[in-house]
Design a protein around this ligand. Structure first.
Ligand SMILES: Cc1cc2nc3c(=O)[nH]c(=O)nc-3n(C[C@H](O)[C@H](O)[C@H](O)COP(=O)(O)O)c2cc1C
Length: 226
């Protein structure tokens, strides 16, 4: 049975929209038999990396700090699928997610090597889960995901701009094909199958220009009623 470990880094947790994407993916994976574990990052005790390099030199592979990363790190290394859910804050992931990710630095070894013109550290652990990045943002334009796409180039990207429209029935109906695709991707990945190019395309929602304008108009109209 494949193990799926999910982290939602939205401080709005179950009241937010990132959770809808994470849950849809998990739903599909669960139906395909995956073992599921999901956490809200804001509920976890995760200190920032101290930059001491203790995990390289003093206690190789072990951080000097004791907090929830003590179980998160082995959990990540034992998982087959790692789902990272994040809203876009200032064109980036939330700092909650970044803090968790920085602490996975101890999975690298100090040596450097060059591959395809890029310098890297080898991984300490040979096992690597498949990563899924599920991100939402408030503006209707995909450009808001440019940074996170660059941060996680090999991840499966599930990207929903103007995700606030998920909060009403009409919006959910409009996004039903996208939401179906998210569930399908969860099932496909949990069966260990490849995600096809056409399914990948359905996971990145691109509004037609006229609907972007509609989203902006509705947003501004809503503001007049506050
Ligand atoms: C501090 C802050 C910064 C944000 N920055 C951006 C941004 O750069 N681009 C964007 O499109 N939306 C931005 N948003 C909107 C969020 O990405 C959007 O509300 C998101 O769907 C929230 O996810 P959630 O519902 O899971 O909490 C920002 C929101 C906050 C609170």
């Amino acid at each position: 049975m494949l193990k799926l470990l999910a982290f939602n880094a939205s401080p709005r947790k179950a009241d937010g929209t990132t959770d809808v994407l994470v849950d849809r993916f998990i739903e599909g994976a669960g139906e395909a038999g995956a073992e599921i574990e999901k956490h809200y990052v804001v509920d976890l005790d995760i200190n920032g990396c101290l930059g001491c390099f203790g995990c390289w030199w003093k206690t190789p592979g072990r951080c000097v700090q004791r907090d929830d990363m003590d179980w998160i790190l082995p959990g990540i290394n034992e998982s087959d699928i790692l789902v990272l859910g994040t809203p876009i804050y200032s064109r980036n992931t939330t700092h909650y997610l970044q803090r968790l990710v920085e602490r996975t630095f101890l999975n690298t070894l100090p040596e450097m090597y060059i591959e395809d013109g890029t310098t890297r550290h080898p991984r300490r652990t040979k096992r690597m889960p498949r990563i899924v990045l599920a991100a939402t943002c408030g503006f209707p334009d995909l450009v808001n995901f440019d940074i996170v796409r660059g941060l996680y180039p090999v991840a499966l990207h599930i990207l929903l701009p103007a995700s606030q429209i998920l909060l009403d029935d009409e919006g959910r109906e409009y996004l039903s094909d996208f939401l179906d695709a998210v569930r399908l991707a969860g099932g496909t990945m949990a069966r260990g199958e490849e995600i096809s190019g056409s399914l990948r395309e359905r996971l990145i929602f691109d509004y037609p220009e006229k609907n972007k304008k509609l989203i902006v108009e509705r947003h501004n109209l809503y503001l007049t009623g506050i």
